[in-house]
Every structure is written in C-alpha cells, then in structure tokens.
Design a protein around this ligand. Structure first.
Ligand code: CA
Length: 232
C-alpha cells in the first residue's frame, strides 16, 4: 500500500468538520443570527466559506446583499450573537471515525496539532475530554492566536512552528475548501476529507493532494498503514 505519510512527523488538524461533526450546528446558528440581523445567509454560504473568521463572513455576506460591509463593532456584536446561538443549538458531537484516525496517527508516532479558525470554547475546551491524550496541552492554534484566518496560511504556519518541523515533514487534515487553500498556501501536503455536503470537485480545485470520501475511510487507510509499519 502507498504510504502517503512517508517521512511525516506532524499532523496539523482542523477542528470543525474533522474533530467534531459540528458544521450542521454552525450553519443553524449562522442562519438564526443572520436572520435577526437582516442579512441573507443560507447553510450553503456557511459550508462553502467555512474556515473564514466570523467577522469576515459577516462582511462578505453583507457586501453581497447590500454592496457594503458592516463596522468592526457591529461585526463583533453579530459574531458574539452567533456564538451564543451555537452554544444553544450545538452539541460537541465527535466526528465518527476521528477517534480511530487520531489513534492511528499516534501509533505511527505522528504528533497531532490542532489548527482551528474557531474560538468556540464549548468545543475547544472539550477536546481533551472527548479525545483523551490525543493532543499535548498547548499543541493548538485557535482564532485567538492569529490575526488572519484561513484561507490565509498564517494558522498553519503557526501550527508548523508549534510542531517544530519542516514543511515537508508535516501535513494538514481539512474538510473545507478554504482550509485546503490555507494548507497549500503554507506549503503543506494537504489531505481533504469530505465530511459534509461540499462536492469533491471543490477540493480538487483548491489543489488537495489526496481526498478521502469520509472520515471512516481515512481512518481505515491510516489503520492499515499503521499495521504495515508495526509488522515491518
Ligand atoms: Ca473545518
């Protein structure tokens, strides 16, 4: 079997749609908040722009509807409201297959670093309960650590610095086209896992190096790879 992870020492792992099956709840929270704000927003808008910071998405959709963005204060206020709705409608629901995926990486001695554009503490603070020992404390980059969110490479460059490895020794695990763009812009081998409604073509367009159709499929691949390595 082809070892796509030959020479890799660190995995930079996205959270929403990878660690947690949370995108459906984010979409719901966005729709509730934007309806209240009077800015047209569909679940599809949320999925296709996933990875962008909250205020950036508010500005993008306001621009699309009215030809202008909103003030920084208004964007922060609206994003705060979205965060509140997410707390109400969201669950920290682990993505099926991710536990096996993380364990297979551990089995291969690959360090795991969380790289998320989110600042949603209801999820970030629960990772160690839901995935004990999957991440070393401090091995994480969140929205609070960066000035530019995805698709800018900054979050992944910071993750790389935390792991302390060369770009060719790390890889990205993403579920969103803009996340793939960020990973590629950081010069990293980028694995896309289609865990939501976005078609495969969107990930091909962003230059994903390999695309898995589901998290259980990716976990199966890694588990086999790990077995091969152990028996070598
Ligand atoms: Ca994601």
């Amino acid at each position: 079997m082809d070892d796509i992870l030959k020479g890799k020492k660190a995995a930079l792992i996205d959270m929403d749609g990878v660690i947690y099956d949370s995108m459906k709840y984010h979409a719901k929270a966005w729709e509730l908040m934007m309806a209240e704000a009077g800015i047209p927003c569909t679940a599809e808008d949320v999925y296709i722009n996933e990875g962008m910071t909250g205020p950036a998405l508010i500005n993008l959709l306001s621009q699309r509807a009215f030809g202008h963005g909103v003030s920084k204060e208004r964007a922060n206020e609206l994003y705060g409201l979205k965060t509140k709705y997410f707390r109400q409608v969201g669950r920290n629901e682990p993505m099926p297959g991710t536990d096996r995926m993380l364990k297979a990486l551990e089995c291969m001695g690959i360090r795991r670093v969380l790289v998320t554009g989110s600042s949603q503490s209801t999820l970030i603070d629960n990772i160690n309960n839901d995935y004990p020992n999957a991440f070393i404390p401090g091995d994480k980059v969140t929205a609070n650590d960066v000035t530019k969110g995805k698709p800018d490479p900054e979050p992944y460059l910071k993750g790389l610095a935390i792991a302390g490895v060369k770009p060719e020794e790390a890889f990205v695990i993403e579920n969103a086209p803009l996340g793939v763009r960020a990973g590629k812009a950081a010069g990293l081998f980028t694995i896309a896992v289609t865990t939501g409604p976005i078609p495969r073509e969107a990930f091909e367009k962003e230059g994903a190096d390999i695309i898995f159709p589901s998290m259980p499929d990716f976990a199966d691949y890694l588990t086999t790879l790990c077995r091969d390595k152990v028996s070598e």
